[in-house]
Unconditional design. Sequence first.
Length: 428
Amino acid sequence: MGGVFVKPITGVKGEIRVPGDKSISHRAALLGGMAFGETHVTDFLLGQDCLSTLKCLRELGVAWERQGTEVWLHGQGMDEWREPTNILDAGNSGTTFRLMLGVLAGSPFSVTLTGDDSLRSRPMRRVTEPLKQMGARILGRREGNLAPITMQGGYLQGQSFQTEVASAQVKSALLLAGLRAKGETSVQEPSRSRDHTERMLRGFGVEVHSSGNLVKLQGGGRLTGQEVSVPGDISSAAFFLVLGSLVEKGELLLPEVGINPTRTGIIDVLKAMGADIEFLKSSEICGEPRATLRVRPSHLKGIELGGDLIPRLIDEIPILALAASLAEGETVIRDASELRVKETDRIARVAEGLNALGAKIEELPDGMRIHGQRTLRGGEASSFGDHRLAMAWAVAGMLSQEGVSVENMTAADVSFPDFLEIIKKVVL
Ligand code: S3P
């Protein structure tokens, strides 16, 4: 295999500013494009996924400019969006695809959305079915389950939905469609998923009611352009939280990381495993809490997790599995079958990938059982084009005995461009 070789390290010291939150960057671009007036976004994530959202907006007639991580969107309201003359390409981004379907369901024109090989194999019925019930006309492979998907939007009627899976993409798509529907739209989830859409909609001037796992809004809300400052992505910070916990020496500071409680499951779990993680400076900007995180080396122990915690750390399970492989004792992860329909089947790929490096992981239908061994040999691992696997394998290389050769490391660009270059700056 001719991958990028990542060699073992013993310590890390310094400060890392992780890139902007992926979920919040997508929403800032979408809401800015839907609003009336200018929206100015700072610390926008330049990962491929969020750039896909911006590109789709341009095809729909939304004017924007970008300079580095600053984006200006010149929103004129959704009535000014126009039928795209080409197929919209969401690339690898499930968030772009599903949220865009919701946003466009109320537009009186037709649009076809597609994506890369991975996205074209991911389930879309969870969004297309409820949107059909609201009134959108949708066609796609496997009865609207697989992209490419064509939608003729138009008149929508608000509905009450009870979703089978806790998914912020589904909830957000339905709320965004609900904004343009007649009457009330509500979404009741089995567990609470990330609530960035609700928070940002309020910031743009829309009334959104949340109680427990239920969210509702009235159709017809008008969005007004805003100033949006995007916090650092806790899902990106998670790689450093694990690295900083498991090296022999040093200390890492991660300033301005988003600590929205619907996302901090990874911190709760690492702390329960014995990690030394502290919040140093906390603040709230644009309705989202953030803090400087400090992490120091510690001795981690295995843990059992499942239930409502899973949606709060779903994207962090690959790196958590690495932490558990290097912890003392057994870790069991359950209720995470959603991992099977992410960018890759992250249960199969994580178990297979880490086992090839010397870990001991058994696949479960909805998770995995990890026998912690305190050391990891190293070897070769492929990202299979999945950004979070690429970064998990790179961290595995640093924490291993022999290093890891990571095939397709560039996949990391989807959510964290320059990941390896940034780490090099803090290696002791
Ligand atoms: C996201 C929601 C989650 C998450 C994804 C981003 C979002 O997906 O895994 O990386 O921005 O809404 P699901 O909605 O499928 O759980």
